[in-house]
Design a protein around this ligand. Structure first.
Ligand code: NAD
Ligand code: UGA
Length: 458
């Protein structure tokens, strides 16, 4: 069997590497139109930072795992084609800021139709609006050579960044949606047989196409909703003297609620929660359900409010002005163990502080400097070629806090817990403030050292 995947991103790369790792008899080719991304997948420094990914890629690359820019060849040779391209929120035209932009998906369908010389199973791996398979089938049928059959399956991905390899190796479930026709069911069985090599059969769920497509959006909406729920309670905790981590622990002990995804924070980030929620809101509106749309919109609004509340707290604590003050940010990635910054709370908080004319000192163990400047929309150099005066990046966390007025913890990297905070305190301006946006530090100890500490929900 030959598999091709269009899109070598955070999902396509690790997912296909795992299939190749588990199925030595299947040849897997991951194709992307981005040459530098493919070059990186073929190099020693992979474009995605994920614990355990290097080993999985190195074990299979060049044997049954290939990364290539030749999408036409990949499509021609494959029996199963995964589509794992981006589905961002639309930024232009009708429904900008709401609906998903499906241009990359459609271009893949057209490319498959143009290049296929035999029948194919086409798998939606990207997260897409419910009923996208219908459009895919229409584009494939209208543009392909006569006599070819395309069976479209939905196989959404549930991995989380930072734990992608664990999630792929031992997923809670794999979901495969297909048409109830004979061809559709055969295609479902073909894909089931791939995953069944390492995943117990009872964890491979099969449904109709629309249930599978919708389940992905709903899973992300429920996860994000838990974070917005606990973040809303964090504000009430601050007002009442309750401690949000104690509340989360207490309610999480109820087996009907469960302990996961109840960590209050500066707000969720990541490429998907916001876009998938906005997409769900859009779909509800589109199908004439404005009350349902409003319900889910509130999850997004609460997240924005939580980020803004945190920024306001920094400014207010620093005597209502950060103008010209050095503010240190520990962490820029949207969560620990990834170099991904998409929709990271740090971006929004950083931009707001820059608007207030603060000088940012940023330390993140994995995110590239170029990415941070791009996200903050600040040139890395001034017009005269000297380094940026408003944003400075530091490899050394101690240098980052020198003469700083405030330190904000924005990502929960483990390394931040192990630093010498006495040394940091000694170097900072006084009073020295810490804003722990992840509640990961020992606040009693920090107060003993002399810090003024603001945490979330305490
Ligand atoms: P990404 O931006 O990292 O990767 C997408 C890749 O597709 C890019 O490298 C791009 O160059 C490539 N591409 C675009 N058009 C192409 C074409 N015609 N042919 C070949 N390659 C093409 O995106 P991602 O994070 O991997 O997400 C992909 C999809 O998976 C999205 O729909 C997302 O919602 C979903 N998803 C993401 C995650 C995650 O953790 N990032 C988890 C589950 C699901
Ligand atoms: C999320 C889902 O967990 C995956 O199942 C899904 O496949 C993926 O989105 C997707 O569709 O892209 P991911 O965004 O990679 O995965 O990471 P999460 O662990 O879900 O974290 C998302 C954000 O929520 C992070 O900013 C994290 O710090 C924050 N978070 C998470 C909290 O603030 N509190 C929590 O309790 C959990």
């Amino acid at each position: 069997m030959k598999i091709c995947c269009l899109g070598a991103g955070y999902v396509g790369g690790p997912t296909m590497a795992m299939i190749a790792h588990k199925c030595a008899d299947i040849t897997v080719t991951v194709c992307d139109i981005n040459e530098s991304r493919i070059a990186a997948w073929n190099s020693d420094k992979l474009p995605v930072y994920e614990p355990g990914l290097d080993e999985v890629v190195q074990g299979a690359r060049g044997k049954n795992l290939f990364f290539s820019t030749d999408t036409a060849k990949g499509i021609k040779e494959a029996d199963i084609i995964f589509v794992s391209v981006g589905t961002p929120t639309k930024t232009y035209g009708a429904n900008a800021g709401k609906a998903a932009d499906l241009k990359f998906i459609e271009l893949c369908a057209r490319s498959i139709a143009e290049n296929a010389e035999s029948s194919k199973i086409v798998v939606e791996k990207s997260t897409i609006p419910v009923r996208t398979a219908e459009s895919l089938k229409t584009v494939l049928a209208a543009n392909s050579k006569p006599g070819l059959e395309f069976n479209v399956l939905s196989n959404p991905e549930f991995l989380a960044e930072g734990t992608a390899i664990e999630d792929l190796n031992d997923p809670d479930r794999v979901l495969i949606g297909g048409e109830e026709t004979e061809g559709g069911q055969k295609a479902v069985e073909a894909l089931v047989s791939v995953y069944a090599r390492w995943i117990p059969r009872d964890r491979i769920l099969t449904t109709n196409l629309w249930s599978s497509e919708l389940s992905k959006l709903v899973a992300n909406a429920f996860l994000a909703q838990r974070i917005s729920s606990i973040n809303s309670i964090s504000a009430l905790c601050e007002a009442t003297g309750a401690n949000v981590d104690e509340v989360a622990f207490a309610i999480g002990k109820d087996s009907r609620i469960g302990p996961k995804f109840l960590k209050s924070s500066v707000g969720y980030g990541g490429s998907c929660f916001q876009k998938d929620l906005l997409n769900l809101v859009y779909l509800c509106g589109h199908f004439g359900l404005p009350e349902v749309a409003d319900y889910w919109q509130q999850v997004v609004s609460m997240n924005e409010w939580q980020r803004n509340r945190f920024t306001a707290k920094i400014i207010e604590s620093l005597f209502n002005t950060v103008n010209g003050k050095k503010i240190t940010m520990f962490g820029f990635a949207f969560k620990k163990d990834t170099n991904d910054t998409r929709e990271s709370a740090a971006i929004y908080i950083g931009r707001s502080l820059l608007e207030e004319e603060a000088k940012l000192a940023i330390h993140d163990p994995e995110v590239e400097a170029e990415q941070i400047f791009k996200d903050l929309e600040v040139p890395a150099t001034e017009e005269d070629g000297s380094p940026s005066k408003s944003v400075t990046l530091y490899k050394d966390p101690y240098a980052a806090t020198e003469k700083s007025h405030g330190l904000a913890i924005l990502t929960e990297w483990d390394s931040f817990k192990e630093l010498d905070y006495q040394r940091i305190y000694d170097n900072m301006m006084k009073p020295a403030f810490i804003f722990d946006g992840r509640n990961i530090l020992d606040h009693a100890k920090l107060r003993e050292i002399g810090f003024k500490v603001y945490s979330i929900g305490r």
